[in-house]
Ligand binder design. Structure first.
Ligand code: FES
Ligand SMILES: [Fe+2]
Length: 361
């Protein structure tokens, strides 16, 4: 037996990297349509309060959502499209975090607006998504993007999983749960389980480390794809730490892209975002159906993860098997590398080698 066959799972090891929220990364914060012009919203990202706004020119910005005066949530105040006004004493802040007014101060008192600022975050809007950079890097690199597939119809759903990011990520990437968790005539049935062999290769782009499941014919037991795209597509899946999975299915004629991103709200809650793009004719008409299907699918994942969380409260001994759990093992391996590279002040390396993994699903 290969000694690596049943390595102890890091998921439950409090001394390892489990539960750690990685910094120096773009995180999916919200779909672009959630932030209207001259509007702000509040999000908690990695335990940090973040105000996300869109100014009167349409540009997205992000500030720490606590007033430097007494800590009030700035997002509860008024935003005129240029400056955010704190609802408590009316201190005002420009979209880059500079304080522009402290109404109660006489001219000879300190502080004056020039002495004050609230932290700003890098924010970027792309492909209908808003990303926020959590970290201090001067050059954070580009945000993750899906392959451009022409005339796209977008759809977004999100859901909060009451667990840390590791359990959300590993629960979603798990390749062997489909027939049990997503039991459905349209998707796949338990009796259609069969052996699969998939080629994986390492990924290291713009400091983002992860892996790619090379192009393969989509499972012949995935009826949904065939119904939706009108044929058996080729599928390519990439996973990039901390938490972005991109799936691209193409029949040559039509494409579907799915972007799944897990963003820690804090150490105990994770928001899972799923953005979808497709160019099937009449795609807009399909939106309500796709939304209902995607929501049900994600909720099945959520409930499966919650059942695991309930069991893990008893601190059972668990294991990560080969090859079905290999992606979860890579996730933790790359997470350790992410933290080691940060501690040593060096670029991230990718220790994964190309490999074919086999499992039945
Ligand atoms: S708490 Fe914001 S102005 Fe006082
Ligand atoms: Fe799933």
């Amino acid at each position: 037996m290969n000694p690596d066959q049943t390595a102890p799972a890091d998921i439950n090891d409090p001394t390892a990297v489990a539960g750690v929220m990685l910094r120096e990364a773009w995180y999916y914060a919200a779909p672009a349509h959630a932030v209207g012009r001259r509007k702000t919203i509040h999000k908690t990202l990695l335990g940090e309060p973040v105000l996300i706004g869109r100014d009167s020119h349409g540009h997205v910005f992000a500030l720490r959502d606590t007033c430097p005066h007494r800590g009030t949530l700035l997002s509860r105040g008024h935003f005129d499209g240029a400056e955010v006004e704190c609802p408590y004493h009316g201190w005002r802040f420009a979209t880059d975090g500079r304080c522009t007014a402290i109404p109660s101060q006489t001219p000879d008192q300190r502080p004056q607006p020039n002495d004050i600022r609230t932290q700003s975050y890098r924010a970027q809007e792309a492909q209908g998504n808003i990303w926020i950079y959590i970290g201090e890097a001067q050059t954070p690199g580009p945000v993750p993007d899906v392959p451009v597939i022409g005339d796209q119809f977008g759809l977004h759903i999100s859901m909060v999983f009451d667990c840390n990011i590791d359990l959300a990520v590993s629960g979603l990437m798990d390749p062997a749960h489909g027939a049990f968790v997503h039991r459905s005539a349209i998707w796949r049935m338990q009796k259609s389980i069969y052996e699969k062999h998939k080629l994986f290769s390492p990924l290291n782009e713009h400091g983002r480390i992860g892996w790619r499941m090379d192009k393969h014919q989509a499972s012949s037991n995935s009826r949904a794809y065939r119904l939706f795209l009108g044929g058996a597509p080729q599928t390519e899946i990439t996973y990039m730490l901390p938490s972005v999975r991109i799936e691209h299915a193409s029949t040559g004629l039509y494409d579907y892209c799915g972007l799944t991103a897990c963003t820690p709200i804090d150490a105990q809650r994770t928001e899972v975002h799923h953005a979808m793009y497709w160019n099937v004719p009449g795609g807009a008409v399909l939106k309500p159906l796709v939304r209902a299907f995607a929501w049900r699918f994600l909720d099945q994942d959520r409930r499966a993860v919650m059942d695991m969380v309930a069991g893990l409260k008893f601190n059972p001994a668990t294991m990560l098997i080969r090859d079905a759990d290999q992606q979860t093992r890579w996730y933790f391996k790359l997470k350790r590398e992410w933290l080691a590279a940060a501690a040593e002040g060096r670029p991230r390396l990718n220790p994964i080698s190309p490999i074919t993994l086999s499992w039945r699903s």
